[in-house]
Ligand binder design. Structure first.
Ligand SMILES: Nc1ncnc2c1ncn2[C@@H]1O[C@H](COP(=O)(O)OP(=O)(O)OP(=O)(O)O)[C@@H](O)[C@H]1O
Length: 790
């Protein structure tokens, strides 16, 4: 077809507006492309331009060209060839559901956008073929737009750099977008969705100090020597008050920070508490001496100062610390006798070894030492893991002590909707009335939770617009792996929190300072030269990195020392710590691993209810309650059908059988030998070189494999068996693997363990030899499943 015959199509019919608006141009483009096969872009531009104001102007052609490009970019129309020449062609219809509930049509839909509307794509009634999440995920990764303001519902691109293609597409779909003037308007819901999709930050609520309510005031400002149990529901501010209590003990009661001990469960919880208290007490000279620790790090410190070494991981250290505190050791008794106040958070989950350790600690305290214990019986979800534990959490035990008074916090500060507030309260009542639990009771609670949800029974959560941010929670680890797989399958970015993983401290520190002697000092200029030589470059800029290092060094000097930084990282600040893989998107976690956290939006994935005689229905119900009460604004429930896995080892890990191999979960803490042991092996010639190899592997995220060496060790390498060595599988991992293969104790190891995903790297602190300060290194982080030959 020639341009003449294209033009012969004539002027647009009266129902096709020719007002030069974006929507009118888009309609005209679609109309000519659908009606006439084989038109080139130039022919379409020239036909459409005749219907816009001042058709001969360069602007008219540019405007029409811009709209054609936008339509092509979103596959509304496309390019084909005719007789070897590129031509514009019609494409099949698609209907896309937007986060605000509207559906827009793309492709050959025969619907006009309509006069006065600036949309490129018409809004249509009826069902969608895909969601905006699927469309955006299929293009590419979200582009970080840091540096630009958050997207307002009405706005214009003000960046100096060109608008990223991903944003252009998202705006074209999400609302009215003018691709030439780069202006947009869209609904609040769609704007807030895009802000999350592009990881644009809104204000940080944690930096605002909340005014305590009456109950919180009572607890926070109780006399230093009081012994109180604070039993209160989700969102009542227990963690918030735990911080206020410590601040008040220092500021109002004049306690020396070093005489206050606060214990909580996770490193992240501890880092958050330290961060909050640190910000409020920043002008107190000794605030850094506050002992804010996890139960595990408290045990490790106690053993270290007493010169006791306990092999065998965290649980063994906890048991050794308990024995030590019960052993009449004068050094330990003195150290603990100095404490003037102990705060324990999340006491409802203290069972088994950790509970016994806390009891041993409390028994050693001076009678004048105060105690504040926070917990919520309705959120107790760890009973099933421990023998005889039901009903005997630390919370329940301490409540029996004669010298302890009980207090409560009544207000719920988390929820933003009436339905959630009511559910938080009513389910707690139900749990209180039926502590033993039953199948019927469990289903009643499930029902109550669903009533408070804004949407239930979501089956395709991975493409649901609400899962751009917030939490996606599963009851089991099997569910979590399945959910992660579903997200991966549709190309979504997400963050994944798995229990029992090594701590993750930002890798650039180890990449830049790892392998250097602890006595190394560095000026800002020295640092600049190693920073600029690092490839790939760290995601934090040079000045930011230097500021962080000066803070960690804490010497007040203008240069840094590797030893000081390593010491500073013994208790890493919150901003350098992460407890998940991935850097953007919603956080996927089991309910067990998310306690104490909250999010505006929660997608609680339900599976078929448990069955059998062994089900602890009360605990199942409490677990659902913990999951549902993480939401402050929008709770949704969805469905997941967890894949089958077998389990092995302690802590439990998954494995699955395949015809000629087994898949075994890898990446748990202790799966690789530590840095000191690895560098002693013949595979490491130069530590600095090793570190740069690990840094590259962490950034490329390749699959690695472990190859058998001459000394019967399985050495982790990138590439083939001559590839770069970046680590070595530990004996405990190898033993577990051999037992899974049903191999005899002394039988040969496999030649290769393949398919091991490298998911990142972490900075590690390397203890110094006798009397020396510690130094730094970098270790790879592994994830997913290794393939083990039968
Ligand atoms: N007095 C207050 N005024 C306003 N907001 C508050 C107040 N106290 C706490 N909050 C906020 O309420 C939310 C819940 O607080 P927090 O996480 O401390 O509750 P919690 O009792 O520990 O919850 P959970 O038992 O679920 O872990 C947080 O966002 C916190 O900042």
């Amino acid at each position: 077809m020639t341009s003449e015959s294209a033009l012969a199509l004539g002027p647009p019919t009266p129902d096709v507006p020719g007002d030069g608006s974006i929507s009118a141009i888009a309609d005209l483009v679609r109309r000519i492309v659908n009606a006439r096969r084989g038109l080139s872009r130039t022919e379409v531009v020239s036909w459409v331009s005749q219907f816009v104001d001042d058709p001969d102007s360069v602007e008219a052609a540019a405007r029409v060209g811009g709209v054609i490009d936008a339509l092509c970019e979103l596959k509304d129309i496309g390019y084909g060839t005719m007789r070897g020449e590129p031509v514009l062609v019609a494409l099949p219809e698609r209907r896309i559901a937007l986060p605000d509930g509207t559906v827009v049509a793309l492709g050959d839909h025969g619907t006009l956008v309509g006069t006065g509307c600036e949309r490129l794509f018409p809004e249509v009634a009826g069902g969608a073929t895909e969601s905006l999440v699927e469309v955006l995920a299929s293009f590419d990764e979200p582009v970080p737009l840091s540096g630009h303001r958050a997207l307002e519902p009405i706005g214009r691109w003000t960046g100096d750099d060109p608008m990223p293609a991903a944003l252009r597409r998202a705006l074209s779909l999400g609302g009215a977008f003018d691709p030439v003037d780069q202006k947009w308007s869209m609904s609040e819901e769609n704007a807030s969705f895009l802000n999350e999709w592009f990881n644009l930050k809104t204000s940080d609520p944690s930096s605002q100090v909340a005014e305590p309510d009456e109950g919180q005031m009572r607890v926070a400002h109780a006399p230093a020597g009081s012994r109180i149990i604070v039993e209160a529901g989700p969102g009542s501010g227990k963690t918030h008050v735990a911080c206020e209590r410590v601040i008040s003990l220092v500021q109002d009661e004049g306690l020396a920070p070093s005489r206050i001990l606060l214990l909580s469960f996770t490193r992240i919880a501890v880092a958050e508490i330290r961060d909050r208290i640190g910000r409020r007490l920043h002008d107190m000279p000794n605030a850094a001496a506050l002992q804010i620790r996890t139960f595990d790090s408290f045990a490790a410190r106690l053993l270290a100062v007493s010169g006791v070494y306990a092999a065998g991981g965290h649980d063994a250290s906890i048991r050794a610390a308990t024995r030590l505190m019960r052993s009449d050791n004068p050094l330990v008794a003195d150290a603990i006798g100095l404490l003037e106040h102990v705060v324990i958070d999340e006491a409802q989950d203290l069972v088994g070894d950790r509970k016994e350790m806390c009891e041993a600690l409390l028994a050693l305290l001076d009678p004048s030492c105060g105690i504040t214990v926070f917990g919520d019986f309705a959120q107790s979800i760890y009973g099933y893991q421990h023998r005889g534990a039901e009903g005997s959490t630390l919370l329940a035990e301490i409540a029996k002590h004669a010298d302890v008074t009980c207090d409560q916090l009544e207000c719920d500060h988390r929820t933003r909707t009436k339905a959630l507030k009511e559910m938080f309260r009513s389910v707690r009542e139900t749990l209180k009335d039926d502590p033993v639990g039953s199948r019927d009771g469990y289903f009643r609670i499930r029902e109550q939770i669903c009533t408070a949800a804004v949407e239930n029974d979501v089956t395709r959560f991975a493409v649901h617009a609400s899962t751009t941010g917030g939490l996606i929670l599963t009851r089991s680890r099997r569910g979590l792996f399945t959910a992660a797989e579903q997200m991966r399958a549709v190309g979504r970015s997400f963050r994944l929190r798995l229990p029992d993983r090594p701590p993750r401290v930002e890798a650039w520190i180890g990449a830049l300072l790892g392998g250097l002697p602890s006595a190394t000092r560095m000026s800002q200029n020295d640092f600049r030269s190693i920073y600029e030589a690092l490839s790939p470059a760290p995601w934090r800029n040079l000045d930011e990195c230097w500021e962080i290092l000066l803070d960690l060094d804490a010497s007040g000097r203008e240069d840094i020392s590797v030893g000081n930084i390593a010491e500073g990282l013994a208790d890493p600040p919150l901003e350098l710590l992460s407890d998940h893989e991935g850097s953007s998107g919603p956080l996927l976690s089991t309910i067990h691993a998310i306690k104490g956290r909250e999010a505006e939006r929660v997608m609680l994935l339900l599976a078929r209810a448990p069955y059998g005689d062994q089900v602890n229905w009360a605990e199942e119900a409490r677990t659902l309650y913990v999951g549902a009460t993480r939401a402050s604004t929008e709770l949704r429930t969805g469905w997941i059908n967890p894949r089958k896995f077998y389990t092995t080892g302690e802590p439990e890990r998954f494995w699955a059988a395949r015809p000629d191999h087994r898949l075994m979960e890898i990446g748990l803490e202790g799966d690789l030998v530590d840095w000191t042991e690895f560098v002693r092996s013949s595979h490491v010639v130069d530590e600095v070189n090793l570190i740069s190899n690990i840094w590259r592997a962490a950034n490329d995220e390749p699959r690695a494999a472990a190859y058998l060496d001459a000394e019967s060790r399985l050495v982790l390498r990138v590439g083939d068996h001559d590839g770069t060595a970046i680590g070595c599988l530990s004996d405990s991992f190898v033993d577990l693997m051999q037992s899974l293969r049903k191999a005899e104790p002394e039988s040969a190891l496999p030649e290769v363990v393949a398919g091991i995903p490298v998911v990142g790297a972490t900075t590690v602190v390397v203890p110094g030899r006798s009397g020396e300060a510690p130094s730094l290194a970098l270790m790879p982080l592994l994830g997913g499943f290794a393939s083990i030959p039968r």
